[in-house]
Ligand binder design. Structure first.
Ligand code: PMP
Ligand code: GLN
Length: 378
């Protein structure tokens, strides 16, 4: 049978997770916390189940949850989204992203993706007949060259995907970056996906510049969020997207036949939990402490620490230790040192600067300590 995605392999997250399990290694590969969410949130879910919220949720999501999300975006970024027509609850950000691409991208449409990039964008574009146009970010500080970006826009460019804070580099888009993007797209019909799943994991007093803050940009953008990252519940697969009504109208045409709706009881619980901003505003500090603990544990290591301004990922440069390719080295680390990470080439770096490994620091302090001890021995 001819494959629609002949080049696609099982994801690196599955492969490294299995290898970590097989070798009983410390698993800092796939991005997920190895600690529990707030028991209060779990209680709210059981309460919702006991209260009978066990059947289909409304197609676009529980209205009360969409209202709190609208309120939160307005408070933080000053943009008003209509809960009934401009916000949809999805099965994680992954489903939001896939559904947006499916709703708008067809044969021959070009979609600009900045590399390195999270792995779900390209297959979603290709399976819909679109063409990913890959723009490599500067591999020293992972900045976008906006003049280069503008030169890659054609009359077939239908969409641009951005991600800040950025997985895997931990870089963030500045206000200037967002203004450059906004200005570059004026007078076009290009749609933007702004993947903001790490909006609450940003360090050193930096602000998150959501696409929703920029009115002209927001008018063409789907902002995607994930409760998995914010509330330590990646396994619950709950996210959302917000965007202008005419775009959301098209989104829902696909969403209603793709999944129809997301978990009802979890949405009820989140509607309550999200009402209290302290449940997410402390996350920057929480993860900054973990980043600092992990980094300080590496001070005697031969691994070079790359700047991490956001997300719960740390890139480490191993070029002083070996010139092996990153995937081979990452696999060897699992087998020989019992520690698992993600090689950066999995984010399609076109062979550029592949001596980098990504470590997830959403881990207990004990795990981070054991991990840095292993890494110092390399
Ligand atoms: N975008 C990025 C950049 C991510 O890192 C992830 C999850 N690791 C997602 C999207 C997907 O989020 P979710 O788990 O909510 O589907
Ligand atoms: N987003 C997670 C990461 O970057 C992985 C999620 C997945 O396995 N698809 O590690």
């Amino acid at each position: 049978i001819p494959s629609k995605l002949p080049e696609v392999k099982t994801t690196i997250f599955t492969r490294m997770g299995q290898l970590a399990h097989q070798y009983n290694a410390l698993n800092l590969s796939q991005g997920f916390p190895n600690f529990d969410p707030d028991p209060k949130l779990i209680k709210l879910v059981t309460k919702a189940m006991n209260a009978g919220y066990n059947q289909y949720a409304p197609m676009a999501g529980v209205l009360e949850l969409r209202e709190v999300i609208a309120q939160k975006i307005d408070t933080l970024y000053g943009q008003q989204y209509q809960p009934d027509s401009e916000i949809t609850i999805t099965i994680g950000a992954t489903q939001a992203i896939f559904t947006i691409i499916t709703a708008f991208i067809g044969h021959g449409d070009e979609v600009i993706v900045f590399k390195p990039a999270y792995d779900c964008y390209e297959p979603a574009i290709e399976v819909n007949g679109g063409i990913p146009i890959l723009i490599q970010m500067n591999n020293k500080d992972f900045k976008v060259d906006w003049a280069d970006f503008r030169s890659r826009l054609t009359n077939r460019t239908k969409m641009v995907i951005i991600n800040s804070p950025h997985n895997p580099s931990g870089t963030i888009f500045s206000d200037q970056d967002m203004l450059q993007l906004q200005q570059s797209l004026t007078k076009t019909n290009i749609i933007v996906i702004s993947d903001e799943v790490y909006e609450h994991i940003i360090f050193d007093g930096n602000a998150h510049h959501s696409a929703s803050k920029y009115p002209d940009l927001a008018s063409r953008t789907f902002v995607c969020g994930s409760f998995g990252k914010t509330f330590h519940i990646t396994g619950w697969k709950m996210g959302y997207c917000a965007g202008p009504a005419e775009l959301m109208h098209e989104f829902r045409k696909v969403h209603q036949y793709n999944v129809f709706s997301a978990d009802h009881a979890v949405q009820r619980a989140l509607a309550n939990y999200l009402k209290e901003p302290q449940h997410y505003l402390g996350l920057n500090q929480f993860y900054q402490e973990k980043r600092d603990l992990f980094q300080s544990g590496l001070s005697h290591s031969r691994l070079k620490i790359r700047p991490c301004m956001g997300t719960y990922f740390q890139l480490l440069d191993y070029s002083e230790i070996t010139q092996e390719q990153d995937e081979a080295y990452a696999e060897r680390l699992v087998r020989e040192k019992r520690i698992a990470c993600i090689p950066i080439s999995s984010f399609n770096t076109n062979g550029l600067d592949n001596h980098l490994l990504r470590f997830c620091f959403a881990k207990t302090n004990d795990t981070l300590k054991s991990a840095s001890d292993i890494l110092c021995s390399l």
